[in-house]
Design a protein around this ligand. Structure first.
Ligand code: DSN
Length: 420
């Protein structure tokens, strides 16, 4: 054990024990929440570095505090690498996470009360895409489109809505939608009504960076936001990419508009992440994330499981647990937790059930792919999941499957965890 860990163990054994417990949980279980991943040891080192001590309000070369020679260099590297990776003209690397990132983007280009066309939450949109319970849903006028049968976007419907409500922003993006988008369709809608086209690719940022999913900038989007910790595999954080002429407004909206000092240890971690994501190994990982999702979806479909939209084109899928097993999403999440597979309950399109007891459960393959699991492991896991969900009360079965999952996990180390 290194000296810092030893010091923590001595000083605060309670917190030390919880961190050690979480390490064991991550090692012994399969992480299938599609927004989670294991970051790189190099990123963990940056997060735990002295950069966490530094206040850096402002931007490189224009700060409100002294002593910025190293933080300026870090932020410049992060911005340059992000622009290169995504083909963007400007990058703001300071948003603390996904929600502030989208809030800052909205306030950069809209006034309170302006209209945004975005995806309905139950069809896959995110809270910050105008859910009435979110602050953004109160500040801006979100009009929300739904997906058509099978999950496709009905662009005639989106166009009709846009002509009616004349949005300032047409937003493409989701946190629970297992298909890819035709960004040119959204661009056409935005052009027709003189709106900006913005994409929130928080979930698929890593897959877009690797070139295995479509990049909204290729369709001429104006603003693209992504978190840095999901498929990108970096530290928790947000990234706003945009056209050069929007850079000033975006930067002013992040700081001083919404935030104070950026977390420079995170910015350093993001810079490392963007460098990693440009390497051939990352492309191989991203291809495997998609192959694993296809294999897992095919296994579940073979088991007679009902998947929202009938399958997946990205890293995630949503099981309709009520239709498949006659249990709600919370019961399904708990049954899978008992066998060591972490997932999350999820609303499905026009779900008649409440958010804490919805009809669905959402799964994804980024984290287990980072550990090195492949299609063979997905087939085994899919079979175990179906067994567990068919008999959620069977404790002997759950115990046996828990043992199988633990044994499987032992063959796939978690990056950054030194011990098993
Ligand atoms: N919490 C993220 C997710 O799980 O999709 C989005 O904010």
């Amino acid at each position: 054990m290194d000296a810092d860990r030893q010091a923590l163990r001595t000083y605060d054994p309670d917190i030390f024990a919880e961190i050690a417990g979480e390490e064991t949980r991550q090692v012994d279980g399969v992480e299938m929440i599609p927004s989670e991943n294991y970051t790189y040891p190099e990123v963990l080192a940056a997060l735990g570095s002295v950069l966490t001590n530094k206040y850096s309000e402002g931007y490189p070369g224009r700060r409100y505090y002294g002593g910025q020679e190293h933080t300026d260099a870090v932020e410049r590297l992060a911005r340059e690498r992000a622009c290169r990776l995504f083909g963007a003209e400007h990058a703001n690397v300071q948003p603390l996470s996904g929600s502030p990132m989208n809030q800052a983007a909205y306030f950069a280009v809209m006034q309170p009360g302006d209209t945004v066309l975005a995806m309905d939450l139950s069809h896959g949109g995110h809270l910050t895409h105008g859910a009435p319970v979110s602050h953004m849903g109160k500040v801006f006028n979100f009009v929300r489109y739904k997906t058509a049968q099978g999950g496709a976007i009905d662009f005639d419907h989106v166009m009709k809505l846009a002509k009616q409500v004349r949005p300032k922003v047409v937003l493409a993006g989701y946190s629970s939608y297992p298909r890819d988008y035709d960004y040119t369709g959204f661009r056409k809608v935005a052009d027709e009504v003189g709106a900006l086209a913005m994409a929130d690719i928080a979930h698929i940022g890593g897959l877009v960076a690797a070139g295995v999913m479509r990049n909204p900038f290729d369709a001429g989007f104006d603003i693209v936001t992504t978190t840095t910790h999901k498929t990108l595999r970096g530290p928790r954080g947000g990234l706003i990419l945009c056209r050069k002429d929007l850079a000033k407004a975006i930067d002013a909206s992040v700081f001083p508009g919404l935030q104070g000092g950026p977390h420079m240890n995170n910015v350093a971690g993001a810079a490392i992440t963007f460098r990693k994501a440009a390497e051939p190994e990352f492309r191989a990982y991203a291809e495997q994330v998609l192959a694993n999702a296809k294999a897992l979806a095919a296994t579940l479909l073979d088991e007679g499981v009902s998947l929202v939209t009938g399958g997946t084109d990205n890293h995630m899928m949503v099981i309709d647990a009520v239709a498949s097993f006659g249990i709600d999403g919370r019961a399904a999440e708990e049954a899978l937790d008992r066998i060591g597979i972490a997932t999350n309950k999820q609303v499905i399109p026009d779900d008649p059930r409440p958010p804490l007891r919805p009809s669905g459960v959402r799964l994804g393959t980024p984290a287990c792919t980072t550990r090195g699991m492949g299609e063979g492991e997905m087939r085994r896991l899919g079979g175990w999941m179906a067994q567990a969900l068919r008999a959620p009360q069977d404790t002997a079965l759950a115990e046996r499957l828990r043992g199988e999952v633990r044994a499987l996990c032992r063959g796939f180390p978690v990056p950054g965890v030194a011990h098993a």
